[in-house]
Design a protein. Structure first.
Length: 105
């Protein structure tokens, strides 16, 4: 009986720490802007404040702003969060002819 409780506890701890570690891998907008080429084409998580939401037909997105440095990056997304909200998004860093942006599916 003690052995069963011990193994259940170990499994619980492994699951807990796996979830905790996976949630800690978020970049700030400033960190992303310093290393854009490193993350180009990669799926990343970025945390920031939502600003400048826009929706024109099928084109929609917003700007994600670093809360400490005020640096920004464009986000293309069909879901528009509320402006001023602090969020963490997961998407792929892309580049077109003019600027970098994060594509969120």
């Amino acid at each position: 009986m003690e052995r069963k409780i011990f193994f259940t506890g170990i499994i619980f701890l492994i699951i807990f720490f796996s979830l905790f570690i996976s949630g800690c891998g978020s970049l700030t907008v400033s960190e992303l802007n310093q290393n854009k080429e490193k993350y180009l084409g990669e799926e990343i998580s970025v945390t920031g404040i939502v600003t400048n939401t826009i929706k024109i037909g099928s084109l929609s997105g917003y700007t994600l702003k670093d809360e400490k440095t005020d640096e920004t990056i464009a986000v293309k997304s069909s879901i528009l969060p509320e402006e001023g909200e602090k969020i963490t998004i997961k998407g792929t860093l892309m580049k077109d002819l003019v600027f970098y942006y994060i594509l969120v599916k």
